[in-house]
Design a protein around this ligand. Sequence first.
Ligand code: NAD
Length: 347
Amino acid sequence: MTATSSKSAIPATLIPGDGIGPEIIEATLAILDALDAPFAWETHQAGMAGVDACGDPLPTATLESIRRTGLALKGPLTTPVGGGFRSSNVRLREEFQLFSNVRPARTLIPGGRYDDIDLVLIRENLEGLYVGFEHFIPIGDDPHGVAIGSGVNTRHGCRRIAEFAFDYALKNGRKKVTIVHKANIMKALTGVFLETAREVGKHYEGRVAMDDRIVDACSMQLVLNPWQFDVILCTNLFGDILSDLIAGLVGGLGMAPGANIGASAAIFEAVHGSAPDIAGKGIANPLALLLAAALMLDHVGRQDLALRLRRAIDRTLIQDRVRTGDLGGKASTAELTSALIQHLKND
Ligand code: NAD
């Protein structure tokens, strides 16, 4: 456990995570140190690292730390596919009622397929088809003869996320919120989402514009003309899918940060997973986690530091052309980290 003695230090939980997690967390901490970021870290484990350390993918000490600090930076956590334990990420969202998932996508390296992308996807994080109400009905000797799954969207949950999205737009100088749904088919489940979000949007009339799209049409339009979007408001599953799509518009998961925000806690993370195929090789791209740290600085009111951090990232990628393999470069995690620290020192 590390702590700073500074009076203005903000206590925050640090979860290194699995796979490339510890490598990109180490890089991020070195850069945040160079930035003189105000966090006093409490380091705790989760995921497979939690199982190894305490026999639990979400140890009590980790939960207690987040309950205390209300703020966490989290490396990716490995989830066994099919069987094994339930995703610690989903459990964390439920435990701390982190109802909102904010995923910004901004072009960092010009000259790709899409230039000047700058949009934000806000995803409902607790309801919809993620509630896990699923079962099989056996038919004859087939135990999986029928699979049944139900989604749950509450009026309260829809209103809460819609208010969050419109408030976010207002606070961040965004002009429009697009509500994404499939109310033509899932008339109840996503109909209530559309209906409630439209009601909320009326209160922002004249300040934030509003429109809506059916999710399939929205997917096509995001590929053909992503510049027409500003803030995209989605239910849980559609948000999961479309946020990977928008990450693809700006160069992939290595550049996509995410914030999970509730009334009393916020957890910041990279959108990507633990990348077991490259873990330990020293080549992971730390930028998604670093951009998540920038969102965390915004969240605690240190937009000044977040701006310096984003500027250093832009300069490292564009002026120096120091890039990791996933971005078409040859730099190691350590080389990218040193280049970024140099920019912060010169800034
Ligand atoms: P992944 O995101 O870990 O990897 C997909 C591909 O992207 C791999 O080829 C990987 O090498 C590459 N990649 C990902 N992050 C990178 C980075 N920072 N730099 C360079 N390359 C990077 O997805 P996956 O392989 O489907 O999942 C691996 C594990 O991560 C699974 O257990 C999954 O459940 C978990 N996961 C966790 C989170 C989270 O904790 N938020 C999110 C997604 C997946």
